[in-house]
Design a protein around this ligand. Structure first.
Ligand code: NAD
Ligand code: USQ
Length: 482
């Protein structure tokens, strides 16, 4: 049944299991009370079917283009290559390829000669409808994006629309595409979203943990040599008072020494879902000989990559709202529209950051240097670390150069996190593989700021303040606008 459909693709609904049917507009809280979080009035399942059966999962296998079905080359067993020209597995499945990191990565890999398929449920677009938010940038439908890519480059990217929590869909997709590598971005990735209420916490962990578990089973059953490149997060480690190593730490205790997974102290139900993923992946590497690389990524900033720059229809999404927007991207939008920069609490919270152009580089390096069967590689994927206060200072200075009057306010921290802490996370392994970082220089700041200024008329300033409180999770909303 797994086959590709033509441009005017028909839609097949699969009988995926119903796990989540509570309307998602319940439990949103305004925090603080001076703004509102809009909620969409339909339950999640309405996204996928207006039919009689209450389906969560649906299957649309579509491509705008015919694809070559040549026999895929076997992935190289020659791993850990450090040369500049590593052998490439040819067929890469990008799960979550319609999202922020996934879209940029899918185009980059396609441009670099990989046969790429995007697998995505498109649920990220639904979250915007649900919350009343939108990308700063106008984004085309995934079908139009792919048509545009084909017409510009002649390169086809296959598209499988469906939910990886639906194992039937995922099985058919694996058997149809036969990936040599799977890059897995396809998760609910907002910490605030996971902290809105019980239903979003459950949704996040269900979506992320079961989705990843299904990917592991699909590899085991259909493509056992396939290399899994999984996007984890630096937030799995938390902020311990010792240096953070890349995945593992050697400990001597009561005279005995062992190298163990680095302790995890996640600080949201989202971040915890990534810890569970990592444990499941590590276990299946041991138990089944899965080959996997966990990329513990820091906070991503920026929007332009070489490929998305080629045409406005290829433009990536850019989130600035209080639920999905991340620190530096938000600060640039805030500066552009004259909103004070929203530093939460004391602003000493320090994290690893990287340019989205480095995200795509890192993923390519991970694919080109696959883990051995049974091996679980862990890399810390970021290039520089900053405190929130340091980011605010950088944006203020860059804004001044552009004639902007940038102010900063202290917002009562909606999260439960250390606001002044030690932070020193190692991040050398991807550099050793060949990563050439784009650092957050003044000029980069200027160009990111200029980009946000270009789209500032699209900003809904009501979406800027944080709307979700870690302490008051599940409290009924005071205000929900229609
Ligand atoms: P995103 O929300 O923009 O994209 C995720 C994509 O996955 C969306 O297109 C969504 O529709 C899809 N998806 C979600 N659940 C799915 C499912 N069950 N089946 C199929 N598709 C599904 O997120 P992003 O910012 O691109 O992040 C991608 C990954 O990178 C996430 O795993 C995230 O945890 C990780 N990450 C992101 C950042 C960041 O700053 N954006 C930092 C560190 C790690
Ligand atoms: N922060 C502010 N003001 C803001 C927004 C954020 O002070 O307006 C602070 C937060 O309190 C936090 C830090 O900035 O201390 C980072 O917050 P964020 O929203 O930029 O990032 P986070 O919630 O950690 O999540 C993002 C992605 C997630 C990824 C994570 C990487 O959404 O998918 O896993 O970055 S990491 O932070 O390393 O865990």
């Amino acid at each position: 049944m797994a086959h590709l459909l033509s441009t005017s693709c028909s839609i097949k609904f699969s009988s995926g299991c119903k796990r989540y049917s509570k309307p998602l507009n319940q439990g949103l809280e305004a925090f603080p009370t001076s703004f509102t979080l809009q909620a969409f009035k339909y339950p999640l399942r309405s996204l996928v079917s207006q039919g009689q059966k209450p389906l969560r999962n649906y299957t649309v296998r579509a491509t705008t283009l015919p694809i070559s079905k040549e026999a895929p080359p076997q992935p190289s067993s020659d791993t850990h290559q450090t040369s500049n020209e590593p052998s490439k597995p040819q067929r890469v499945m990008v799960i979550g390829g319609d999202g922020y990191c996934g879209w940029a990565t899918a185009l980059h890999l396609s441009n670099r000669g990989y046969e790429v398929a995007i697998v995505d449920s498109l649920i990220r677009r639904y979250f915007d409808h649900q919350l009343g938010t939108d990308s700063l940038t106008p984004i085309s439908s995934i079908q139009n994006r792919l048509r545009c890519w084909k017409s510009l480059t002649g390169k086809s990217i296959e598209l499988y629309v469906g939910d990886i929590c639906d194992f039937e869909f995922l099985s058919e997709t694996f058997q149809s595409f036969e990936p040599d590598a799977v890059v897995h971005f396809g998760e609910q990735r907002s910490a605030p979203y996971s902290m809105i209420d019980r239903s979003r916490a459950v949704f996040t962990q269900n979506n992320n943990v079961i989705g990843t578990l299904n990917v592991l089973f699909a590899i085991k059953e259909f493509r056992e040599q396939c290399h899994l490149v999984k996007l984890g997060t630096m937030g799995e480690y938390g902020t311990p008072n010792i240096d953070i190593e890349e995945g593992y730490i050697t400990i001597t205790h009561n005279g005995r020494t062992d190298t163990l997974p680095y302790p995890k102290q996640a600080s949201s139900f989202y971040h915890l879902s990534k810890v569970h993923d990592s444990n499941n992946i590590a276990f299946t590497c041991k138990a089944w000989g899965i080959r996997a690389t966990d990329l513990n990524q820091g906070v991503v900033y920026g929007v332009r990559t070489d490929e998305t720059e080629m045409h406005e229809e290829l433009c990536n999404r850019f989130d600035y709202d209080g639920v999905f927007g991340t620190a530096l991207n938000r600060f640039c939008v805030q500066a552009a529209v004259g909103h004070p920069l929203t530093v939460y609490g004391k602003g000493g919270q320090t994290r690893g950051y990287l340019d989205i152009r480095d995200t795509v580089q890192c993923v390519e390096l991970a694919i080109a240097n696959p883990a051995q069967p049974g091996e679980f590689l862990v890399y810390n994927q970021f290039t520089e670390q900053f405190s929130v206060n340091e980011l605010a200072t950088l944006v203020t200075k860059a804004g001044e150069k552009l004639g902007l009057n940038v102010q900063t306010i202290t917002v009562p921290n909606p999260r439960v996190e250390e606001e002044e802490h030690y932070y020193n996370a190692k991040h050398t392994k991807l550099v050793e593989l060949g990563l050439e970082p784009h650092l957050l220089s003044d000029s980069l700041q200027d160009s990111l700021l200029n980009f946000t200024i270009k789209y500032k008329d699209r900003v809904d300033t009501k979406q800027i303040m944080p709307s979700v409180s870690w302490r008051k999770i599940g409290v009924k909303p005071k205000t929900i606008t229609a």
